[in-house]
Ligand binder design. Structure first.
Ligand code: SAH
Ligand code: SF4
Length: 350
């Protein structure tokens, strides 16, 4: 029988520490330091039952166990790519599936996590779009991907990118709580500099994200240099056109040496011309950015092609010559459909 999602007990992983202090005080009459203890047990010791939290009295442990679960998603499938990248499929309480990817890079490991089941944005080159939006992920489902991957691997990964399934800023509230837990000293203790949230360009949510206290890096999927092409590729552009998006980035409150990552998926004959490059430089002029060129990862039925290696290298060199810090994101895990824009929550080995 399908589990009834609504009837599942609250996961204690849905709360940041501040909120948990409040909830414990209001619901169970507990002191604030209890939340610190619980955080340490869950995120540092990674215990899965309240029973094991031995510095908390038995009666309190019993109360906690009656009120909360320490639930996070179950790994349903793991695919290991030839390049060392691992794709995880998780099954959620309601039977929906999401994916995360552990990516091996020369100097570090990165975990790419999902924020929604499917996505509402409808970008024409992205496989996740074909699912439509099924639902937002809860905080415990976002954080749970990181915890489950930590349980599965000895790798001490350094970066977390919110670039899996879904549009993170369309689930801003839960993403902000997840970021707090990830960067909390009592939580997962990631430096905010190692956390990056990628958006297709939801202008009001970018502004809210920028003004939030707890703030990771922002990445924006630009992918086109004219409204005509961007409207076609990314329907969200009709609501928040390029000029508005770029103005928003120009006034985005960056801290210290922070800059905005601009992602640009290169599609042959669509957005890879010399004129596109010229326009891109003009658009980004005087905004502190680094540019990530992403060769299109083929989704056969979507009908695009990636440019040749020469074109990619030419783009990179030319942008670097114009003083834009530019890298090419050669995708990892293509052989198990774990690369950008290939995640749909079904097994990657066909
Ligand atoms: N929804 C967010 C984050 C997830 S998508 C966003 O769009 O930014 C992460 C990145 O994958 C985005 O930069 C997106 O443009 C890119 N992407 C989507 N489909 C792709 C594909 N088929 N090939 C290469 N990159 C793709
Ligand atoms: Fe959604 Fe990002 Fe895919 Fe666009 S590229 S459909 S915003 S996941």
């Amino acid at each position: 029988m399908e589990p009834d999602y609504k009837s599942v007990m609250l996961s204690i992983l849905d709360y940041d520490r501040e909120k948990l202090q409040e909830v414990l005080r209001d619901d169970l009459g507990l002191e604030p330091f209890r939340a610190n203890q619980i955080f340490r047990w869950i995120y540092k010791e990674r215990v899965k039952t309240f029973e094991l939290m031995t510095d908390i009295t038995k009666s309190v442990r019993q109360k906690l166990a009656k009120s909360f679960s320490i639930f996070y998603p179950r790994v349903k499938l793991v695919n290991l790519s030839k390049d060392g990248t691992k794709k995880y499929m998780f099954e959620l309480e309601d039977g929906e599936c999401i994916e995360s990817v552990l990516i091996k890079q020369p100097k570090r490991w990165t975990v790419c996590i999902s924020t929604q089941v499917g996505c509402a944005m409808g970008c024409k080159f992205c496989k996740t779009a074909t699912l439509g939006l099924k639902r937002n992920l809860e905080v415990h489902e976002i954080i749970g991907q990181v915890l489950a991957i930590k349980d599965d691997t000895q790798v001490d990964f350094y970066n977390i990118v919110f670039m899996g399934m879904g549009e993170p800023l369309h689930n801003l509230k839960n993403v902000l709580v997840a970021l707090k837990i990830l960067s909390d000293d009592y939580g997962l203790c990631f430096s905010e500099r190692k956390l990056t949230v990628s958006t297709s360009g939801l202008v009001p949510a970018i502004q809210k994200f920028g003004n939030a206290k707890n703030r990771a890096n922002l990445a924006v999927s630009l992918n086109a240099t004219t409204d005509e092409v961007r409207n076609e590729l990314m329907p969200i552009n009709k609501k928040y056109p390029l000029k508005l998006l770029i103005e928003t980035l120009r006034s985005y409150p960056l801290r210290g040496r922070q800059c905005i990552t601009i992602e640009y998926v290169l599609l042959r004959g669509v957005n890879d011309s010399v004129a596109d490059r010229r326009r891109l430089k003009k658009l980004l002029h005087n905004i502190p950015v680094k540019i990530n060129l992403i060769p299109y990862n083929t989704n056969v039925e979507l009908g695009f092609e990636r440019p040749s290696r020469e074109v990619l290298v030419e783009w990179q060199q030319d942008l670097c010559n114009s003083k834009f810090n530019t890298t090419i994101r050669w995708s990892k895990g293509n052989d198990v459909n774990a690369a950008c824009g290939q995640l749909i929550g079904v097994s990657g080995i066909g």
